[in-house]
Every structure is written in structure tokens, then in C-alpha cells.
Design a protein around this ligand. Structure first.
Ligand SMILES: Cc1ncc(C[n+]2csc(CCOP(=O)(O)OP(=O)(O)O)c2C)c(N)n1
Length: 776
């Protein structure tokens, strides 16, 4: 018997349960109604006691759903439909899972109040959402122009269908480019630095007059759970938002915390979210009852209005409940008592909206339950249709969005992105770098950044100490005065925030070039590259991109100065990130060309590039002996960029010796070239291959140069374990290289202070000794 009929026939609370609820909508034995459904039905039955205000004949659909609310009856009903469909999608997820046709059961039950958050925002406000945002998604989909079939989208996600519109079957994410919902990973809170960055970048793009994907008066909305509020990533994002607002810099960002009091099984102390957030400087706090749709709507309007008008961040705290456990397989009875679960059931937001509609005289309880049933039937029927939707089947299909590479487009962008003569002269203060004689690596990177900024108005340079000081090593010196504080600025001391800003800026259409001051300080924030930047194209099939060139000062050999934290030589954490480009220049002229290539790859392909700069070579002048000037190089003016173009993943060979191939990169290049010179005195003729790119490694060049001599010595300044040499060896082994191979590396150690550093670092002596042994 349908629920509506049960009510019309005068059934009472508890009768719904006894009736067995047997609605067989799918040609299968009916799924039994779970406790949440039973409770909803009982609660709606109880609403028969509610006396409608006037007669049901003169319903005012256009009036407020409740006195004082901005939510109209029509709007409330539309949102109720989104809430109902979201609830049934959770049930469908479990139904599909049981039949091994679905792969995801984290639901939105209890959080359906977020439909009103969607409704109170503009459809083109970019949203980065918590995984319980089913009703938000459906509400925004339904109000899109033209409306989208949000139920279908979500079901395709549950069954990992290749036709799913955002991730194409790679994950069940909440997102759609037409709906301005940027898909998030399951790593809780990791999306918040990006949300902060996006809000910052929207404003910055508007001020700079560069094209952005979003309107100048858009605001960013991002949501999270209550347990996630404690994650250091979230705390960092709140801090960055407050810090920015505190300085009166615009940051139109609405945080929404959907507080159900639990993080899987762990209870959030009552009152904690408010206590932790409400006193924060720079962030305005709002609260609403998440089970009361009108309250959520009205409070979101107020909070969003605050953010939009003041361009300042706000935190909307929604008290919610979690119904049906954390996910499908979660037996919450193991950690929650009956009263606790019952209290959540009593606050079911679906009942809350039903009450609004019944009390306004717009629906009878029977009509509410009929609507529930019709939604149930519709969703389950669609679930049945989607159950067998084709999935991704090959590695090529899965990986297609990972690393789009269009070398011609990158080449064209790299050689053409130069400002005209006058602009260049103005940017360089009348002293063009090509006329300045040979430059060091640091000077060359500085000049290349200057040239790029003059040509690319959308490019930003930021990081710790990069602006006023010009960087610890002077690499960004002068950029602030040349291009202004709108494009070159110091950030707060938080690598996660720096990378989050890059993530948001790239998304907004800018070209961010953040600096990480030392390689050792990347690691506290590496997930922003690994889990966020690199996964966005994957989980959106390239519909969203976050191009960036992250400059990192790294590697060792600072003559004992600085110890581990300034001499970090470990790159393993970067090398296995799918799609990431890692450039590792050593020579000044290579650095210029490679930086242009990285910027072009970011602009043309949306690539995420790490540009690893060897600190010890920044100011190096000489190669073989003092005053030879061999490590400096003239700066190539734009006319020379075409012949000098360096494609991603192409090595450079120095010398043409036929006895031995030394493969190296970074500081190892200078050590190896010096070693090669000494070995030549002994009659050992070497060629030295500078890999230049650590990801992707230059496979073709490695194999060709290995075959050229039949003897390979890998000189690798990174660690023996997980270092670059392992990758080179593997390339040779995979190709069944039949010659001799040896490797010399740094030790599996951190770098100590003082002379002891030399005990664990690759040395020129190591290279020479190994070379002689190989030749024996
Ligand atoms: C960084 C990280 N650590 C752990 C997890 C595993 N995990 C998934 S959901 C969750 C609880 C999140 O609770 P809350 O933020 O309150 O959101 P809710 O699920 O209650 O809506 C945890 C610990 C994760 N996804 N990400």
C-alpha cells in the first residue's frame, strides 16, 4: 500500500510500519523500508493533527512559507522535491550496492537542508562541496537554465558510468561544469585552501581585468563536516581567510559547516564548532537549524549577502543530523545509543519541510507521502535503468585526462609569449637582459620571469618573501616594482595556503607561479599538489584545470650551510604524481627555455609544473676553474626562443665522447662535467647527459645516449632509495639495455650541518671513481 493511500484511509502513526510498506517499484521483491523511512512516514502521519491556517482551497503558493521568511511556497515545494530525490538516491545507492551494480554509499540523509543553501546562492557562484551535498546538487540542477536531470547525474556517479558528466566514471564526486560545482576529492578539508584561493583570485582577476570563468561579483561557497573543522588543512584555510580579511583584502567566501555532530563514529563535543569559529577575526559567523528549510534559506541569504556585499568571508554553521550511518556498511549501533539515533530521526529535515508545507496549508500529509512515494518510484526506476551503464574498461580510457600534452601548442605558446620591444624595455627598466652579458642561473630566471610577466597579464608571482625582499636568493628581485603588488606579492607563512592560492588562481583563469622557499617545506603541503592539483583534471575529465608553475628552491651543496632544511635532495614525493611535470634545470640557458616551456604547458595544456631550482647553482659563475665564467650564459632575446625551445621531456647532451655516458641532472651536471674533463686527461672520453626533466623522464634520449657508448654511469644527487637513478635504471632495464650500468648517488640520509654534509652527498670523486671502474 502506498503511504499516501494509507493516510487517506485514516491510518495512524505506527500503521505505516505494520502495513509493511510494500511498494514494489522495480520488479524485484520490495526492499524493506528502513528505520529512517518508517520514522518519516510516522512523523508525517502525526502532522494530520496540524491545523492548516486557512482553507486548503485558497493556498498562497507565492507567499512566504512561514511568516517572516523569504522562502515562498512554490520555492519550498521545489526544494522539497530536491530533498526527496536526494534521500531516495541514498536508498538507491544501497540498493545498487547490494546488487553489486553500485560502488558508493556515502549519502546525504539528514543533510538535505543544503538544498536551501543552493537556492539562496546564485547558480553561477562557484561551489566546492562536502560529499553530503546531494540535495544542493539536485536543487542547483533543477534551477539551471535549461534544467539538468540531476538524479541521472548522481546515479551515473554511483554506478561509475563512463557517461557520468563530471568524472566520467572515475569517482562518485559532486560536480558539474555547467552548474559551477567543482568536484572534490574524498580527502576531507583538502578543498578548502583552493576555495580560499579561488575567492582571492576572483577578486584579483577582476581587478587586473583578466578574463575569468566567473562574474566579478560572484562568491565562492565551500562546505565541510564538523569533524573536518579540526583538520589542520581546514584550520589553515580559516586562518588564511581571516588573515586576508583582517588586512581588508577582498575574499568573497562562504564556508558552510554541515554539523551532524559526528565524524564517522567520533562525536564532536557539543558546541565545539561555534566555540572554535565564532570568535575568529575576519570571519563573520552565522548559524541556522539545518532541519528547518526556511531557516537555512533565510540565514544563507543573510550570510551570502554579507559575503557578496562586503567581499568578506563568512562561516555558516548548520546544525544537522546524520541518518542511516556514515555510509552503507556502517553499523552505527556499535557506537551510538538508541536515544541518540532517535533524536536524529526526530530532526529529519524531510519531516521539517513537510511540516512547513502542511502548516502553510499547501499540502496535506497524504499529499506529502504521495510525493515521497512518487519520488521513490522515480529514483528507483532510474537506478534500475542505470545499473548496467557502461564503465571505463581500459587504462587508456581511465588515464586520458591525466596529462594532456600538445607539444605544438606548447611550442607556439612558448616562443610567441613575448611582449613587444617597448613593453620589454619598460619592464626591464631600459636595460634588456640580452645586453647585460652572461647571466647567472638566478639572474636568468629573474629575467625570464620578467619577460613572461610582461607578456602574460594573467601571470601572478607569490610566496614567502618573494615581493619586497625579492626572494631569499634574489630570484624574484625587482618583480614587485616592475609589475606591482597586484601581481607580485608576499603571502602568509603557510605553504598549504600558497598552493591553495595557486589552485584557485589557476581555476579562475590566472597563471599562478607560486614559490616554495625550500624543497623541505613543500612536504607539509604536498597534498595540495598530489591530492588536489593533479587530481582535478582526472576527476573532471579536463573540464576544470589548475595550471601552475610551482618554483621550488632545492637540492644540496650549500657548502655545509643550512643543514637538511635548506639542502633537501628528495624528489620521490613528486615523481610519482600522475601527470605532474618536473623540470630540473642546471644551466642558465636551459632554465630560461625550460621555464618558458613550463609556463606554456600550463597555459596551453593546463599542466601542473614543478620547477626545481638548484640553490647551489643560483649564483655559480664558473665551471672548470675559478674565473672561467663557464656557468654563466648570455640571455636569449625573443628572436632566439624558437631555435632554443626545449620541449617537455627532452634531455641535453654535453660532449660526444664514445667511451662512457654519464646521466645526471641539477648539481650533478656540473660535478659530472668537471669529472668528464678530468677523465678525458686519462683518455676516457665521456658524454654527459643532462636529463633536465625528472617527470616525464626523457626516455628516448636516455636510450639513445646509452646505446651510443654502451656504458652508463648515473650520477644522481638525490637519495639512493626512491631517487631519480632508480627511474633511469628502470628505463634501461625495461628496454633490455645490454651494456654496463652503474650508479652513484647521495646516501639514504638527511643532510647534516657543516662539513658532514659532504659525507652523505654525491661527489665529483664518486663519479670519477665509478667511471674508472666502469671502464675497466
Ligand atoms: C584527510 C582525511 N582523513 C580521514 C578521512 C576518512 N574519513 C572520511 S569521512 C570522515 C569523517 C568526516 O566527518 P565530518 O567532517 O564530520 O563529516 P560527516 O561525514 O559527518 O558529514 C573521515 C575521518 C578522510 N576522508 N580524509
Amino acid at each position: 500500500m502506498s503511504l499516501g493511500r494509507l493516510v487517506r484511509q485514516g491510518g495512524s502513526a505506527g500503521e505505516s510500519r505494520r502495513s509493511g510498506f510494500t511498494v514494489d517499484t522495480m520488479g524485484h521483491p520490495a526492499d524493506s523500508r528502513d528505520e529512517v523511512e518508517q520514522h518519516f512516514a510516522d512523523s508525517v502521519l502525526k502532522l494530520r493533527a496540524v491545523t492548516p491556517p486557512a482553507s486548503l482551497g485558497s493556498q498562497d503558493w507565492h507567499g512566504p512559507i512561514r511568516a517572516g521568511s523569504a522562502l515562498t511556497g512554490t520555492h519550498c515545494l521545489e526544494l522539497f522535491d530536491a530533498q526527496l530525490a536526494s534521500r531516495h538516491l541514498d536508498l538507491a545507492a544501497r540498493w545498487l550496492r547490494k546488487r553489486e551494480a553500485g560502488f558508493y554509499t556515502i549519502g546525504s540523509s539528514g543533510h538535505e537542508g543544503n538544498a536551501a543553501v543552493a537556492a539562496a546562492l546564485r547558480n553561477d557562484d562557484p561551489a566546492l562541496l562536502h560529499y553530503r551535498s546531494g540535495a544542493f546538487y539536485l536543487a542547483r540542477a533543477a534551477s539551471a537554465n535549461p534544467p539538468r536531470d540531476g538524479v541521472r547525474d548522481v546515479l551515473l556517479g554511483l554506478v561509475a558510468a563512463a557517461a557520468e558528466p563530471i568524472s566520467g566514471g572515475r569517482h562518485k564526486v559532486i560536480g558539474h561544469a555547467d552548474l559551477h560545482i567543482i568536484p572534490q576529492t574524498s580527502t576531507i578539508a583538502s578543498h578548502l585552501p583552493r576555495a580560499v584561493g579561488l575567492a582571492f583570485a576572483l577578486e584579483r582577476a577582476a581587478r587586473l581585468g583578466t578574463a575569468s570563468h566567473w562574474a566579478a561579483d560572484a562568491i565562492v561557497v565551500t562546505s565541510l563536516g564538523d569533524a573536518s573543522v579540526n583538520h589542520s588543512t581546514a584550520v589553515g584555510a580559516f586562518n588564511t581567510a581571516g588573515y586576508t580579511a583582517y588586512q581588508r583584502l577582498p575574499l568573497p567566501l562562504l564556508f558552510v559547516c554541515e554539523d551532524n555532530g559526528l565524524g564517522i563514529s567520533v562525536r564532536t563535543p557539543p558546541g565545539w564548532v561555534e566555540a572554535a569559529i565564532s570568535g575568529r577575526p575576519g570571519i563573520r559567523y552565522f548559524h541556522a537549524d539545518g532541519s528547518d528549510l526556511a531557516d537555512v534559506y533565510d540565514t544563507t541569504l543573510a550570510a551570502a549577502g554579507w559575503v557578496r556585499d562586503r567581499r568578506s568571508p563568512a562561516f555558516l554553521h548548520l546544525s544537522m543530523v546524520r541518518l542511516g550511518g556514515h555510509a552503507g556498511a556502517d553499523a552505527e549501533t556499535g557506537y551510538r545509543d538508541r536515544d541518540d539515533v532517535a533524536a536524529d530521526l526526530a530532526a529529519d529535515p524531510l519531516t521539517g519541510t513537510a511540516r512547513l508545507l502542511v502548516e502553510a496549508g499547501l499540502l496535506t500529509p497524504a499529499e506529502v507521502l504521495d510525493r515521497y512515494e512518487r519520488s521513490r518510484a522515480r529514483v528507483l526506476e532510474r537506478a534500475q535503468e542505470m545499473a548496467g551503464a557502461p564503465r571505463l574498461t581500459s587504462a587508456a580510457q581511465v588515464m586520458a585526462p591525466l596529462a594532456p600534452r600538445n607539444p605544438e601548442a606548447v611550442w607556439a605558446d612558448a616562443i610567441l609569449a613575448s611582449a613587444d620591444e617597448d613593453k620589454r624595455r619598460a619592464a626591464f627598466g631600459g636595460r634588456l637582459p640580452e645586453s647585460a652579458g652572461p647571466l647567472t642561473l638566478a639572474q636568468t630566471i629573474n629575467a625570464t620571469l620578467t619577460d613572461a610577466m610582461a607578456a602574460r597579464p594573467e601571470m601572478l608571482v607569490f610566496g614567502e618573501d618573494v615581493a619586497r625582499k625579492g626572494g631569499v636568493y634574489g630570484v624574484t628581485r625587482g618583480l614587485l616594482s616592475r609589475f606591482g603588488a597586484g601581481r607580485v606579492f608576499d603571502t602568509l607563512l603557510d605553504e598549504q595556503a600558497i598552493l591553495g592560492l595557486a589552485l584557485g588562481a589557476g581555476l579562475a583563469g590566472l597563471l599562478p607561479v607560486p614559490e616554495i622557499q625550500y624543497l623541505a617545506y613543500l612536504h607539509n603541503a604536498a597534498d595540495q599538489i598530489r591530492g588536489e592539483a593533479a587530481t582535478l583534471p582526472f576527476f573532471s575529465q579536463g573540464q576544470y584545470r589548475n595550471p601552475m608553475v610551482v618554483r621550488i628552491a632545492g637540492y644540496a651543496y650549500q657548502e655545509g650551510f643550512g643543514g637538511h632544511f635548506h639542502n633537501d635532495n628528495a624528489v620521490a614525493a613528486l615523481r610519482d604524481i600522475p601527470g605532474l611535470i618536473i623540470a630540473s634545470p642546471a644551466r642558465p640557458e636551459d632554465a630560461a627555455a625550460m621555464l618558458r616551456t613550463c609556463l606554456a604547458a600550463a597555459a596551453a595544456d593546463g599542466s601542473i609544473c614543478v620547477f626545481l631550482e638548484p640553490i647551489a647553482l643560483y649564483h655559480a659563475r664558473d665551471l672548470y676553474k675559478s674565473e672561467d665564467g663557464g656557468w654563466r650564459a648570455p640571455y636569449e632575446p625573443p628572436e632566439g626562443w624558437t631555435p632554443g625551445h626545449v620541449p617537455v621531456g627532452r634531455a641535453r647532451t654535453h660532449g660526444n665522447g664514445t667511451d662512457l655516458t654519464i646521466m645526471t641532472f641539477g648539481n650533478g651536471l656540473r660535478l659530472s662535467m668537471r669529472a668528464a674533463a678530468r677523465l678525458s686527461l686519462e683518455g676516457i672520453r665521456c658524454r654527459v647527459v643532462d636529463l633536465r626533466w625528472l617527470a616525464p623522464l626523457p626516455v628516448e634520449d636516455i636510450l639513445r645516449e646509452a646505446r651510443a657508448t654502451g656504458r652508463v654511469l648515473i650520477a644522481d644527487e638525490t637519495r639512493r632509495t626512491g631517487g631519480v637513478s632508480e627511474g633511469v635504471l628502470t628505463i634501461l632495464a625495461d628496454d633490455r639495455f645490454g651494456g654496463w650500468v652503474r650508479r652513484v648517488t647521495s646516501e639514504d640520509s638527511f643532510i647534516p650541518l657543516g662539513d658532514a654534509a659532504n659525507a652523505v652527498l654525491l661527489s665529483q670523486h664518486d663519479i670519477e671513481t665509478a667511471a674508472r671502474e666502469l671502464m675497466r
